[in-house]
Design a protein around this ligand. Structure first.
Ligand code: GDP
Length: 377
């Protein structure tokens, strides 16, 4: 079959019944499609492959038609699944999911026999239409039914991870962040570097983001709370929105003026009319709320040419963003008082950046595509 032809990159395969939301997820997360536009997506009839290559992220994502059975002899299932790093099974949580669970069981049991190193990820998707109680009940029910089925088949050693997701909020990005982190072999090193940075710079929480997808590839070991993740992720949107409005149009220009390459300065930000800023933030309610209360936003002059940006929140916290390398950015949440030691933070950031570059260069030199997931704690 032509459309299953190989590439040596690890694969992330999206599977699930037709109309469960697979193509929408791929387009929204990796193609920046506005969620509402997915209403007009045509049904996928052949495998859609996309290479995602960035710092520390290097894989091929496959969107598969729901009606295909890859374990049918017409397909070379050995070739397809031996290179799979993560199998993401999407279930429409707004629909009756009994058929989806049967398919999930069959898929997981068959794929595991071919490649036991696959990480199996289950997205209970489209939960935007469900109440919080109903979401929890649905997850519990699905988990219970799958665990019973696997136990009955004496396959209970197969581990599935469940996520409640929607393309209309941050949940899909959070889920993908966790899924992709399992495939990043350098994760423990990146986490250690972030821990050292945080503890020496008075930073409460730090995320290393891929700014193109809003996936965070690592964070320090303090617990992730959804609110801090949303705030940091919204900061990328604000930077990009402002860049789109006020930034240089020629992104290939070598000089990096300011901001996320071209983030506007405070004076320009203040020129935004209330309507402009409402539009900017319409789809980012968390930040929109914060921005209404925030006291100021500014760019920080830096010795280096890379971008940096600061948002002061009126609860005494600040969000600080620094570009590590395009498209990697570091976003930190810290007390404004601690930002007084801004020189120290900047110095530590430079050390952090050099260390990240070393890790990346080392991996590139020694990297053979390795399909074994990174160790989890
Ligand atoms: P596929 O056949 O699995 O690739 O499914 P599609 O991506 O074509 O999506 C089917 C329908 O589900 C489309 O109308 C999407 O707009 C809708 N959809 C996808 N994700 C979500 C979601 O998170 N929430 C809601 N409410 N609808 C979604």
């Amino acid at each position: 079959m032509d459309d299953t032809s190989s590439s040596d990159k690890p694969r992330i395969v999206l599977m699930g019944l037709p109309r469960s939301g697979k193509s929408s997820i791929q387009r929204v997360v990796f193609g920046k499609m506005p969620p509402n536009d997915t209403l007009y997506l045509e049904s996928t009839t052949k495998i859609q492959k996309e290479d995602i290559t960035r710092s520390f992220i290097d894989f091929q994502i496959w969107d598969t038609p729901g009606q295909i059975n890859f374990f049918d002899p017409a397909y070379d299932s050995l070739d397809i699944f031996s290179s799979v790093g993560a199998l993401i099974f999407v279930i429409d949580a707004q629909d009756d999911y009994s058929d989806a669970l049967n398919r999930l069981f069959y898929t997981v049991a068959s794929a595991y026999k071919i490649n036991p190193n696959i990480t199996f990820e289950v997205l209970l998707h489209k939960v935007d239409g469900l109440s919080d109680d109903y979401k929890i009940d649905t997850q519990r029910d699905v988990q219970q039914r799958m665990s019973d089925a696997l136990q009955d088949a004496e396959c209970d050693y197969i581990h599935l991870t469940y996520y409640l997701t929607s393309i209309y909020d941050h949940s899909i990005y959070e889920a993908f962040s966790k899924i992709i982190q399992k495939l990043i072999r350098e994760l423990p090193t990146l986490e250690n570097l972030l821990n050292v940075l945080c503890s020496n710079s008075g930073i409460d929480k730090a995320y290393l983001f891929d700014s193109l997808t809003k996936i965070y590839i690592a964070t320090d070991s303090s617990p992730v709370d959804m609110q801090s993740y949303e705030l940091c992720s919204d900061m990328i949107d604000v930077a990009i929105d402002i860049e789109t409005i006020y930034g240089m149009t020629d992104r290939t220009q070598t000089s990096t003026p300011n901001g996320l390459r071209t983030l506007t300065d405070e004076a320009e930000l203040n020129q935004l009319s209330p309507t402009d800023s409402n539009e900017l933030e319409a789809s980012h309610s968390t930040l929109a709320e914060t921005m209404k209360q925030k006291s100021s936003t500014s760019n920080i002059p830096s010795n280096e040419s890379e971008a940096s940006s600061l948002i002061r929140l009126d609860n005494g916290n600040a969000l600080y963003m620094r570009e590590v390398n395009d498209p990697l950015v570091l976003i930190c949440l810290l007390r404004q008082d601690n930002f007084e030691k801004h020189g120290l933070i900047d110095y530590n950031f430079q050390c952090f950046k050099e260390a990240i570059t070393d890790v990346f260069d080392f991996s590139k030199k020694h990297n053979t595509h390795n399909h074994t997931p990174a160790p989890t704690e």
